[in-house]
Design a protein around this ligand. Sequence first.
Ligand code: SF4
Length: 685
Amino acid sequence: MTRKKVLTTCIYCGCGCQFYLDVEKNKIKGVFPSQNHPVSQSALCVKGWNAGEFVNHPDRLTDPLIKENGMFRKASWDEALNLVVKKLIETRDKYGNDSVAFFGSAKCTNEENYLIMKLARAVFKTNNIDHCARLCHASTVAGLALSFGSGAMTNSISCFDEAELYLITGSNTTEQHPLIGSRMIKNLREKKADCVVIDPRKIKLTKFAKYHLKQNCGTDVAWMNGLMHVIIKEGLENKDFIRDHTENYEELKKTIEKYTPEYVEKITSIPAQQLKEVALLYAAKKSMIIYSMGITQHTTGVDNVRSCANLAMLTGNIGKVGTGVNPLRGQNNVQGSCDVGALPNVYCGYQAVTNEAIREKFEKAWKVKGLPANIGLTVTTVPDAILQDKVKALYVMGENPMVSDPNTSHLEKALLKCPFLVVQDIFLTETAQYANVVFPGTSFAEKDGTFTSTERRVERIRKAVEPIGNAKPDWKILCEIADHCGYKFDYASPKEVMDEMAQMAPIYGGITYDRKEMEKGFGLQWPCPTKDHPGTTFLHKDGNFTRGKGLFFGIEYKPPAETGLDNKDYPLTLTTGRSYFHWHTRTLTGRTSTLEREVPENYIEINPEDAKKYKVRKGSMIKVSSLRGSIEARALVSDIVKPGTVFMPFHFAISAANRLTNDALDPIAKIPEYKVCAVKIGEDK
Ligand code: SF4
């Protein structure tokens, strides 16, 4: 077989870089960046360069597995499919449609997520379909939809070259979205932009920042209200924009009256004078707000996101290049999984399941009757539903909640109790070990499909090598399950699934695989409603919001839900995040030698002042406990974190930060409060 190069999209972060897989004899020999791609621009980060290594890892699942007497044995596809379908149907028929739940996956393609949501809705008549966007940006989807009418990054990565100021909060951009981070550093070095970092932790971009404001964890609404208080007091609000393009301004103005910089300092620890200076800087410039999970993973996640939207609208920093509210989505296809409806409240294209006309449209297209009108369970509410005997069967495609979910011990109880658990993945993950049946799926290199990046760019992935062993592409497994249920998923390839999605979701209406081979390999940014539409670089152009007028909300600061904060026995606040060398739950990066050797184990960052106070030696293993559990982790003594705050990456199954974190939820988005966890260090008294 000759050597070939196959253009595809990176499996890791939401930047959506494209590269070529260099393939010989059905093996990936290397990875080369696309020269002309608008994001990659001839570069990749360390994860991208090594994205081919895990594909041939010896741990790959090659056959279906069925658990008997606590042990897995290999099974044929027929046996495993028959068992799964029999159990799912039996459960549905005995306990009702909502006794079955499905998790899609931000690692899988748009087409696969569309199919699993269609399987849940059309075949099992349940809206119990969700995926891990619930754990990262559910508050973005809900919050920006409320404020603007569209829950996605408003601008594009190219817009970073046009901004005069980056206001970065809760995003360690260089580690989590490396190619966006390096673009920002280039612009900062060349003095094309200024930057302000608002984060309890030092990040690489802090070096270039005019200001680094270190807020107390969980006080974001307060400092954003403080910025807006100063802007209005100084008469720097954009009066024309507010009058012509927004509503409910008076409510915002009234709410933020009391958020003087001095009042905000008491809540946030941000010095009043610095807050004032940052407010003036933000209002004076063409400014972009850039945020990630530091803003979203709170019980006030939706409030935090709507506060970002308030700030942008107040100054008219929206609907133009170089401005906007820019949530950086973490995983390769977390944007797309939301777009195609792997959510409990919407079909593809964010069409509400509660809307009768929309349900009729899908019933007609899918040739079914009785699509459910109730909003389904989320990834974060399924565990309690299992423990309360409401959910009796769970189907997990490509997710690893045993590492990614908060308060893991609680989830573990639920998985142990769940009468029937199916996991479809490429490795026997920590979650798969609890399964009754495991289906071997395929990696990004072994199938066709599309991912949608953080900037709404829908891009192709292309099959470069044959699947390992008897593994099958995830879309094919879903088709076979539907077929075994007696509902024909009649797709010859993912292309046909995309054609159906384009028909059903207006924002994807003009996107097809054929369209000049997806616009010469660069993809298309939604909304792209028709075949001749060029795609959309930035949303809400000239203040024409998706919902009509932008909606201000008057939002009061509410303290975090974490009860441990009031408990003197838990004096430190743990916040969690990512490492440059790892991704999500390490199922892939933990099987990539170059990445694994850089950061082989978990650690806890602790400020030297706290290290002295609690007698922690650099490099020692220390016990870390919260109200929910205890772990041991290696101490990394550093002033990266401020005194009183400690930090851990969440990627690791051993020393798992999520054994400690809080599963209290935002009331609207149902996202957990990962970012504020009261802990103590050292041995129990
Ligand atoms: Fe992949 Fe993100 Fe790195 Fe680009 S920046 S190569 S998309 S991990």
